[in-house]
Ligand binder design. Structure first.
Ligand SMILES: Nc1nc2c(c(=O)[nH]1)N[C@H]1C(S)=C(S)[C@@H](COP(=O)(O)OP(=O)(O)OC[C@H]3O[C@@H](n4cnc5c(=O)[nH]c(N)nc54)[C@H](O)[C@@H]3O)O[C@H]1N2
Ligand SMILES: Nc1nc2c(c(=O)[nH]1)N[C@H]1C(S)=C(S)[C@@H](COP(=O)(O)OP(=O)(O)OC[C@H]3O[C@@H](n4cnc5c(=O)[nH]c(N)nc54)[C@H](O)[C@@H]3O)O[C@H]1N2
Ligand SMILES: [Mo]
Length: 732
């Protein structure tokens, strides 16, 4: 419904929340007055409450209005307003000074995913810094590096997931560490799951929490100790083989290394039979439940094991994913409708999907000279060559690299940090270390919309526009579509787009040939290279859907005609045993899926001091640290620590009490909810709350990363869900 004097324009919400939804924006005299969403063709891309509350974000009183220069000590958050010219001149001079004094590798750049688009993201600055001589950047997806590595090792590709609508072809669905009702992964994942449930498909949820998805969808909830999922999956494989329920023809025809895995399961390699009783002691899931789930998964076909990515963000994350894939392989649920390879799951956002996108030309990033000067990293798999150079620093080690540089074994000393479109102090582990590290740098620039935990440390903060104030393009995978984010009004106050900022800096740095197009001209160029028939119509609708003949199923060709279609692995088969991994010779990274005691899991000796396992899930009202200060969304749900009565009662904790949550890395104070929706021994604090140290260094904002470790798993997985803590009531 449109009121008088209103116009309605469409766009795609580009926050990094797994969605990419259609917005119908009501504008009156160039101002947003209301936001509605998709009510058209199915499957709709319906915005969540965050998308609909965007008006409060765009016009937020704390949104940055003009460039700022640091006025107090680093991290103190005191700034004064400066003109753009002064900001640009200062940044250009510092970039030049650091490059000429220390070399380009001393410039650290992180262009993140706060805004998930192809043009006005980290791209313009990455191009600029490459043309300026190069820079150091990071490796490792925080979301799913474990899943990515395991998928590439096992199947030779990271595109291993059946399309979402194919869930309707499944007869049995396991949601393993996966809560799409809350942690959105494709706008319509829940829509398909609900339809599957209505059809009578049995759904089981394996999760330490009785999540909203579990409540709505599951016939059975299996609580499991975080970080131990690998043991249960391995034991399910044992049950299936022990009872002869495996798809032996499938194994013989399409896989290598099965015998080695069988030997491991039956204790021939390490003397331990992977019987469900062994797994029960590790996981807390009873022998009977493990056997029952294994039998059902092996017998009901086709079955989709949706191996969520949260259990992969643990200290043995890749083993969980390798073990899940092995289970899907043993039961022959690969390359068929209704099955699922249990690999990198529910990844809907471009470019993390295999759909037939044709790419037009966009501003490209030339090769980075700094990378060329270093040998390859050790953990590089065929067909997965991303972040190949050893010049890259793992995201979890970034603060450590800044602090210790060459002396700490890193490739360089780092002097300047340029941050675009992300909030590393808040979103990367061990915030206390970040606070120390950033004080050491010579110069920090942050391009932001708000004074985040990271922006507080900046020497210069540049105000950035939102996607309503510039033109941009994106693409999503569920269903596959291109999205147009058109400019609806001029950038508010003095904010500028990513492209405009980079253009101005390029001029001052004398970089020739940096850019000759406006944002819209780039999009026109892009659209020319795609199948989109009508540019103006695309711009008006904000969406162009790619039609597929049937739901996408990876590996169909390989299964139907293996002679002519080998898997893209070195052996041409599914690799349960991976020679590539064996050759890497990395400690705690075995060539078959195996259970290894996870650091900061339930059996770590540290439990004597820190007896509770902390997990940090994603939350409805935020996209990571974004939307935290929006009043409508704060009303939606409080930021609390969930704790079971079994753990709360002896500590004298009731719902609503303030507690301190701590370990050697830090301490937070937060409110609690005592609930049986989380299993005993586990507490959950949603990630993304704003780090707010008080005078004593205690984080009263309740940021999960004040507690998490700045380490990664052997292959490079983020470890935020392996974190031991103690909880005590705060007496006031
Ligand atoms: N609303 C909202 N949605 C989002 C995001 C957001 O910020 N807000 N972020 C998006 C992004 S970038 C990402 S990467 C995804 C993340 O998506 P996920 O990783 O799937 O989301 P989480 O909420 O972290 O965790 C999902 C479930 O896993 C459970 N879990 C945690 N640890 C373990 C474990 O060790 N074992 C088992 N079995 N279960 C475990 C949690 O209890 C939770 O119910 O979400 C996307 N969607
Ligand atoms: N403990 C713990 N930590 C986690 C996770 C976890 O589960 N537990 N999850 C991890 C995951 S999966 C992810 S993906 C990361 C996300 O990590 P980040 O990408 O760092 O998270 P955001 O909070 O979205 O930060 C994006 C920032 O970009 C800003 N921004 C938005 N739009 C624009 C724009 O157009 N231009 C510019 N210049 N800035 C913009 C926003 O204001 C925001 O401050 O967090 C990770 N951190
Ligand atoms: Mo993520």
């Amino acid at each position: 419904m449109k009121e008088e004097n209103e116009i309605v324009m469409q766009t795609i919400c580009s926050h990094h929340c797994g969605g990419l939804c259609l917005l119908k924006v009501h504008l009156k005299e160039g101002k947003i007055v209301r936001i509605e969403t998709d009510d058209g063709e199915e499957p709709q891309l319906r915005a969540c409450l965050k998308g609909r509350a965007l008006r409060q974000k765009v016009y937020a009183p704390d949104r940055l209005k003009y460039p700022l220069k640091r006025a107090g000590k680093r991290g103190e958050g005191k700034f004064v307003r400066i003109p753009w010219d002064e900001a640009f001149d200062t940044i250009a001079n510092e970039l030049r000074r650091i490059r000429d004094t220390y070399g380009p590798q001393a410039i650290l750049y992180r262009g993140g995913g706060g805004n998930v688009t192809l043009l006005q993201s980290g791209t313009p600055m990455a191009r600029l810094l490459s043309m300026f001589g190069g820079y150091t950047t990071t490796w490792g997806y925080y979301s799913w590096e474990g899943a990515t590595f395991a998928s590439a090792a096992t199947f030779g590709t990271i595109h291993v997931e059946n399309a979402r609508e194919d869930l309707l072809n499944s007869k049995f669905i396991i949601l393993w560490g996966c809560d799409p009702a809350t942690s959105i992964q494709g706008a319509n994942t829940m829509w398909y799951l609900i339809q599957a449930k209505e059809k009578g498909v049995k759904i089981v949820s394996v999760d330490p929490r009785y999540s909203d998805s579990t409540a709505v969808l599951a016939d059975q909830w299996i609580p499991i100790r975080p970080s131990t999922d690998t043991a249960m999956l391995i034991s399910m494989a044992y049950v299936i083989l022990h009872e002869g329920l495996q798809d032996q023809k499938f194994l013989d025809r399409y896989t290598i290394g099965f015998e080695k895995y069988r030997d491991y399961l039956f204790g021939k390699t390490d003397g331990i039979v992977k019987h469900p009783l062994w797994a029960e002691r590790i996981t807390g899931v009873s022998e009977d439940i493990i056997k029952d789930l294994a039998r059902q998964y092996a017998k009901i076909k086709p079955a989709a094991l949706i191996a969520g990515i949260a259990p992969g963000r643990t200290t043995i994350g890749e083993q969980y994913h390798r073990a899940a894939m092995a289970l899907a392989v043993i039961t022959g649920n690969i390359g068929i409708h209704g099955g699922n390879a249990a690999g990198r799951s529910l990844g809907s956002q471009f470019p993390f999907n295999p759909f037939p996108f044709k790419m037009g030309q966009l501003m490209n990033i030339p090769p980075n000279n700094v990378e060329k000067n270093y040998p390859d990293r050790k953990a590089i798999l065929k067909n997965y060559m991303q972040w190949r150079s050893s010049a890259h620093i793992h995201i979890s080690k970034l603060s450590d690299a800044i602090l210790r540089g060459r002396e700490g074994g890193y490739p360089s000393d780092y002097k300047l940090f340029y941050v675009v479109n992300c909030n590393p102090v808040n979103q990367l582990p061990n915030t206390r270390k970040w606070s120390e590290a950033l004080k050491k740098l010579e110069f920090i620039v942050v391009q932001e919309q708000f004074i985040t935990a990271t922006a507080r440390f900046a020497d210069i903060v540049l105000p950035t526009s939102t996607f309503f104030e510039r033109n941009d393009i994106t693409a999503g995978g569920s269903p596959p579509f291109y999205g147009y984010l058109c400019k609806m009004f001029d950038a508010l106050d003095e904010s500028k787009s990513q492209l405009d900022i980079a253009n101005e800096l390029a001029k001052r740095l004398g970089i020739k040939g940096f850019n000759d197009k406006t944002d819209e001209e780039w999009i026109i160029e892009f659209v020319k290279g795609t199948d989109i028939p009508d540019y103006q119509e695309f711009k008006r609708n904000a969406i162009y859907r790619i039609k597929l003949k049937e739901p996408y199923v990876p590996f169909k060709k390989q299964i139907e005609d293996p002679e002519n279609n080998p898997f893209p692995t070195p052996s041409g088969k599914i690799e349960i045993y991976s020679e590539q991994i064996a050759k890497m010779n990395i400690p705690r990274l075995p060539p078959i899926p195996a259970y290894i005691e996870p650091p900061e899991g339930p059996n770590d000796p540290k439990v004597s001091r820190y007896p509770l396992q902390l997990i940090n899930k994603h939350i409805k009202r935020r996209a990571h640290s974004q939307f935290e200060t929006i009043p409508w969304l704060r009303e939606l749900e409080p930021h609390v620590l969930e704790i079971n009565p079994v753990d709360a009662n002896p500590r004298g904790i009731s719902s609503g009490d303030l507690v301190k949550v701590f370990n050697d890395r830090g301490e937070i104070i937060v409110s609690t909810r005592v609930t049986e929706r989380i299993m005993p021994g586990v507490v959950c604090l949603p990630q993304g709350a704003w780090f707010m140290p008080d005078g004593r260094g205690i984080d009263i904002g309740g940021c999960a990363n004040t507690l998490t470790m700045d380490e990664h798993s052997p292959c490079g997985a983020f470890t935020s869900n392996s974190c031991l803590v103690q909880v005590e009531k705060v007496e006031i």
